[in-house]
Design a binder for this molecule. Structure first.
Ligand SMILES: Cc1cc2nc3c(=O)[nH]c(=O)nc-3n(C[C@H](O)[C@H](O)[C@H](O)COP(=O)(O)O)c2cc1C
Length: 257
């Protein structure tokens, strides 16, 4: 097994995989790491769909355009899940509080699913596997995916994770300096602009020389372009369809339009 330092400090997203299955005992460890995720109230408001069927992986690739979904050994879809608690409440004849229809409820489901995904990322890394989170699983055509995966009401995709034996070893990407990431005792704005501009230059230089595809992108302009594109995603309607009543967001939407 890798050292803790290596697991955390040399992890990169891996998008190309060997054609090789993951041993059942390794998958079992990853699943148990997912199972032992810390969750709000210990409510475990998440579920994972583990997809090993090549036909289904290719269908998801067709929906999302992300190649690593069809080439990975296994594709995990992390979902916020209030269906299990609804089933329990119904079985016991208890009134169901519909926490999922509040901003905090939605966040709880998303946080639980995200922490579970990160547990899987780290477990995979420790076992010599590579992985890549795939947000397009949530944004590309979420209603189509919900139908394909037969997601019941109260369950919504948060993110996908492709996983397999690495067929590439990408360079470590420069990250923001610790001074921008960790604020001691209060949020510190003193050096933000200078440090961010220096970081932006560092990313530009990295993108020019990195192994694999080189680009002329900087950091900030490129990310803001992604955010601009993301303004067109209509997740509110999809979530509504999956049984999350987000009508409290309507005022916000009116302001944006
Ligand atoms: C929530 C989330 C969604 C992501 N979605 C995608 C995606 O759809 N496609 C992709 O190729 N990478 C995706 N990534 C991977 C990021 O691009 C990657 O983590 C980032 O560039 C930093 O690189 P690193 O993971 O090698 O440090 C995603 C990562 C996260 C955390």
């Amino acid at each position: 097994m890798k050292s803790i330092e290596e697991i955390f400090l040399s992890r990169t997203s891996v998008r190309r995989y060997e054609r090789r299955a993951i041993e059942p005992e390794k998958l079992d460890l990853i699943y148990r790491a997912i199972q032992n995720t810390p969750t709000s109230y210990n409510g475990q408001q998440f579920s994972v769909i583990a997809i090993s069927d090549q036909t289904i992986k290719e269908q998801i690739y067709a929906i999302t355009g992300q190649k690593q979904i069809k080439t990975c050994a296994i594709f995990l879809v992390f979902c916020a899940d209030f269906n299990k608690l609804k089933q329990f409440a119904d079985a016991k004849g208890i009134d169901f509080p519909r926490f999922q229809d509040t901003m905090d409820g939605l966040l709880v489901g998303v946080i639980d699913a995200s922490l579970a995904m990160q547990n899987a990322v780290i477990a995979a890394e420790s076992l010599g596997l590579g992985s890549c989170c795939i947000g397009y699983t949530r944004t590309a055509a979420p209603a189509q995916l919900a139908e394909l995966l037969q997601l019941p009401q109260g369950v919504a995709v948060v993110c996908g994770l492709s996983m397999g034996y690495p067929a590439e070893h990408p360079d470590l990407k420069p990250k923001q300096p610790l001074s921008l990431v960790i604020h001691h005792n209060h949020y510190c704005t003193d050096q933000i602009n200078e440090e961010l501009l220096a970081y932006n230059d560092e990313v530009s230089q990295y993108n020019e020389v990195r192994s694999g595809d080189k680009t002329h992108h900087d950091w900030g302009t490129h990310i803001l372009d992604y955010h601009r594109m993301a303004l067109d995603y209509h997740l509110e309607e999809y979530l509504q369809h999956q049984g999350f009543d987000l009508s409290f967001l309507k005022d916000d939407r009116r302001e944006r339009n």
